[in-house]
Design a protein around this ligand. Structure first.
Ligand SMILES: *Cc1c(COP(=O)(O)O)cnc(C)c1O
Length: 358
């Protein structure tokens, strides 16, 4: 059945192996982030077989719930990446061993709930180093110390470490300087309270490029990696990570029509199905294919046909339009695509897309 995501578990295992080596080189523990593939059970099972990997992380509590039991059985800890919602405190304590936090009210509720569930819930306090997504702003050191002080007094919540997230909202690059300041803050917290923080989490797939360069500050001992695992791509410069596969996950979609038609629509141009006024390039009469996959399933801008002669023209909710002139396709043939992060994320999220493991 099509459209289908074709998942090569062997290639993904190889990606994990390369990241483990990189992490080891950077003296970092590894959290593999499962959100982009919606915690697909077969991929998760492969991850659970890794010895080096200590943490599985996700931004959605539903995904953690789906694998928390077997992850713990395999000796791994689960990590909630998105700051817990007020409405999911109970689930956070139940399914996440560690959560990332920045709000004292939520931390107090986690403490209470952890007491109720008779658990110790670990937290990583997020520091915003300028990307302006989550975390206490790094210049407000007073607030950082106060929060740490309060957490350290809690009965059932344990301050497991500090974390930083970059390259997300603000597209700010992790560098030796901003990560260096982050590490200084961690040191100040440790000195002020005479503690040793087990986790100093230095970011996501955009931080790994610093390891081969020897520029990852020594104090950073953890990275949270999603894109680099699933797509073999570091996220600072978008470069391929040597030794990994960027085609471990692909899309295969089926052609439902091929006809020779003009490349420019006929009639007065109004708005398309999404309210945009389109522009068309006139290539004369072309061989046009329609594939049964659309914006409800994926991000068409993030698809690249493996057949370099074929070209995507556009898409509506359920249809992908391609120029397949000279490709020799017939209806019922399928076309394979490599994916970017956005296309991959939506394919895994769409209930209309099947998954095939190869
Ligand atoms: C999604 C996410 C990650 C993983 O990001 P990648 O760029 O895919 O490696 C890490 N940390 C947090 C807080 C996230 O939300």
């Amino acid at each position: 059945m099509y459209p289908q995501i074709r998942i090569d578990i062997v290639k993904l295992a190889k990606n994990l192996e390369v990241l483990e080596k990189l992490a080891k080189k950077g003296k970092c523990s590894l959290m593999v982030v499962t959100k982009s593939f919606c915690a697909d059970p077969q991929i998760v099972d492969m991850l659970l077989g890794s010895e080096y990997l200590r943490y599985l992380a996700d931004s959605r509590i539903e995904n953690l719930e789906s694998y928390a039991d077997k992850a713990r059985m395999a000796g791994k800890e689960t990590v909630l990446l998105r700051l817990p919602q007020y409405c999911e405190i109970e689930q956070t304590v139940r399914w996440a061993d560690i959560s990332l936090n920045s709000e004292i009210e939520i931390l107090r509720l986690l403490d209470k709930e952890a007491g109720r569930q008779n658990k110790i819930h670990k937290v990583i306090l997020m520091i915003d180093m300028g990307d302006l997504r989550e975390g206490v702003f790094f210049r407000n050191e007073k607030e950082i110390f106060e929060l740490c002080g309060e957490i350290l007094k809690m009965q059932n919540v344990k301050l497991e470490g500090l974390g930083v997230n970059l390259s997300c909202y603000g597209a700010i690059m992790p560098k030796a300087d901003n990560l260096g300041i982050f590490c200084e803050i961690a040191e100040k917290v440790e000195n002020k309270f005479s503690i040793k923080l087990p986790i100093i989490s230095g970011g996501n797939s955009s931080s790994i490029y610093l390891i081969p360069r020897g520029e990852l500050p020594a104090k950073i001992n953890n990275l949270r990696l999603g894109e680099s695992f699933i797509l073999g791509r570091e996220a600072a410069y978008g470069e391929h990570i040597p030794g990994t596969f960027n085609d471990a996950v692909q899309l295969r979609a089926q052609i439902i029509e091929i006809k020779d038609k003009p490349s420019v629509p006929i009639g007065e141009v109004g708005m398309d199905a999404f309210g945009n006024v389109p522009h068309y390039e006139d290539r004369g009469i072309i061989s046009r294919a329609i594939l049964a996959v659309g914006k409800q399933d994926t991000d068409p801008d993030g698809l690249t046909p493996l057949n370099t002669k074929a070209e995507i023209l556009g898409a509506s909710s359920d249809h992908l339009l391609m120029d397949v002139s000279g490709c020799g396709y017939k209806p019922s043939d399928t076309v394979d695509f490599s994916l970017d992060y956005s296309a991959l994320l939506k394919l895994f999220t769409s209930k209309y897309v099947k998954r095939v493991y190869i």
